[in-house]
Write a protein that binds this ligand. Structure first.
Ligand code: B4P
Length: 191
């Protein structure tokens, strides 16, 4: 199965994607994690991305599409994948469809994780204390949330038109959200 986890910053996309990877063996592909790895290695791409990410803005399409393409071309997604934080623009969504099409696959479901702003900011500030990520602060969070509002209006209609979109409540505990997600995936596979 190829799954997209969609939601605002701090919705728990990464948290739940890791769970799906260990439960089902799907490859977890997080463009945020890939970019942070480039930053940690101090590559030219990482240096360029860091400034943009720390402001809470989106990194350019060509960079993130190229990163995802390298995993798909290497055949790492043959048992299915969980796309976490990708696509964030319609151009990324179209590129992903084209990449999957080449290996006779497609997106099976897009799960939007619904969380209100108050809970999101609480999680981001908690993670700021624990991990010290450069974009986990109030100013960058506001930009990330505004960016999310803009790009969700662009990406979600793309999947709604294709009847692939569904929503779950992401405000419960990590375990409760995991159960809601599993139920949704089970139902979609049985349909
Ligand atoms: P991401 O890495 O995707 O960051 P995110 O949206 O903040 O994270 P996520 O929703 O995965 O939250 P998490 O599970 O960690 O993006 C960062 C930046 O990278 C972007 O702003 C952009 O600049 C760039 N970027 C990435 N992809 C891009 C793309 N495709 N195009 C352009 N630019 C791109 O959860 C957050 C916290 O909440 C964690 O501490 C977790 O423990 C906690 N939590 C999760 N679920 C919980 C729950 N149910 N209850 C309590 N706590 C919970």
């Amino acid at each position: 199965m190829n799954i997209i986890l969609f939601g605002p910053p701090g919705a728990g996309k990464g948290t739940q994607a890791k769970k799906l990877e260990s439960l089902y063996g799907y490859k977890h592909l997080s463009t945020g994690d890939m970019l942070r790895a480039q930053i940690a290695q101090g590559t030219p791409l990482g240096l360029k991305a860091k400034e943009v990410m720390d402001r809470g803005e989106l990194v350019s399409d060509d960079i993130v599409i190229g990163m995802i393409k390298s995993y798909i071309d290497a055949g790492e997604c043959l048992r299915g994948a969980v796309f976490d934080g990708f696509p964030r623009t319609e151009a990324q969504a179209v590129a992903l469809d084209n990449m999957l099409d080449q290996c006779e696959q497609g997106i099976d479901i897009v799960v939007e994780i619904d969380v209100n702003d108050e809970i999101l900011i609480g999680r981001i500030l908690k993670r700021a204390e624990e991990e010290g990520r450069g974009d986990d602060n109030v100013e960058a969070f506001k930009t990330r949330l505004a960016a999310y509002r803009a790009y969700s209006g662009e990406v979600l209609p793309y999947y709604k038109e294709r009847n692939l979109h569904t929503r779950i409540d992401g405000m419960g505990s990590i375990e409760e959200v995991k159960e809601a997600l599993q139920n949704t995936l089970d139902k979609s596979q049985a349909a």
